[in-house]
Ligand binder design. Structure first.
Ligand SMILES: Cc1cc2nc3c(=O)[nH]c(=O)nc-3n(C[C@H](O)[C@H](O)[C@H](O)COP(=O)(O)OP(=O)(O)OC[C@H]3O[C@@H](n4cnc5c(N)ncnc54)[C@H](O)[C@@H]3O)c2cc1C
Length: 223
């Protein structure tokens, strides 16, 4: 992927078609995922299968939700998470174009169905050159961000790779704008009360209404 990317824009300079928002402070995207290891626990997906991990949605259900979580969360929500997981991995690789990896480390909990390899997938590492100009928009790793340490930023991995790849994928659609320094104040609703978007404040203080495009890529009702 090339290093050049569309210029960032601020709210109020035209109608956005899709949006990601950050809080009002200046500086890089503040998302916690920039600090995160970026491990996504997702049983029975294609990434585990191609790396030879013997796993399934049913095994994930047995181990984590039946043996560890139990009835502390709603069964239909547990089921929806597990059943949608493999489709999310398919969607990320096939439609969004994000390469995914598995790194083996055991499930945290010593309970029936535990996998020695774990069930975690990660965004594939990405070099600073691939990220290009957008690197300065990304929150640095915690040692640099919190303690001023000098940290090599290439290749990016973990949560840094997720956010870099997500931003590049968003740019690649040619249909999305990142509105920086734009604070959401409230939800916008139609006459029936359905949420249609947000009301936000642009960096220059003006109010802007941002509609959420439909249909959602994943929409499933449960409960
Ligand atoms: C060190 C560390 C390691 C971790 N490792 C893992 C891991 O391996 N696996 C895992 O699953 N999780 C991990 N996590 C947790 C994970 O990173 C977070 O749960 C996840 O990033 C939360 O994402 P989010 O989008 O919900 O929230 P956030 O990342 O907090 O993003 C919220 C965003 O909304 C913005 N915002 C807030 N208010 C407004 C407003 N009014 N208007 C506009 N924007 C606003 C904020 O500025 C921010 O950019 C880890 C976390 C840490 C700190």
């Amino acid at each position: 992927m090339s290093g050049s990317r569309p210029a960032r824009r601020s709210a109020g300079s035209g109608p956005p078609r899709s949006v990601d928002l950050r809080a009002r402070e200046d500086g890089p995207l503040r998302r916690n995922i920039g600090y995160s290891g970026g491990s996504v626990w997702l049983p029975g997906n294609r990434v585990l299968a191609r790396q030879g991990v013997d796993d399934s949605v049913e095994k994930g259900l047995t181990h984590f939700f039946r043996a560890v979580v139990g009835d502390r969360t709603r069964p239909e929500v547990q089921q929806a998470y597990l059943e949608t997981g493999p489709a999310v991995a398919d969607f990320l690789e096939n439609t969004v174009g994000i390469s995914l990896d598995h790194q083996p480390f055991p499930d945290y909990f010593d309970a029936p169905g535990r996998s020695d390899n774990g069930r975690s997938i990660f965004a594939g590492p990405i070099t600073a050159d691939e990220v290009g100009d957008g690197l300065s928009d990304l929150r640095p790793m915690v040692a640099a961000d919190q303690f001023g340490a000098t940290v090599e930023r290439s290749p990016l991995d973990g949560g840094q790779a997720w956010i870099a790849r997500m931003v590049l994928a968003l740019d690649a659609t040619g249909r999305a704008d990142l509105l920086l320094s734009t604070g959401v104040d409230s939800l916008a609703q139609d006459e029936s009360g359905e949420v249609t978007g947000v009301v936000a404040t642009a960096p220059d203080g003006t109010e802007t209404r941002i509609r959420v495009p439909r249909p959602w890529p994943f929409r499933k009702s449960f409960g």
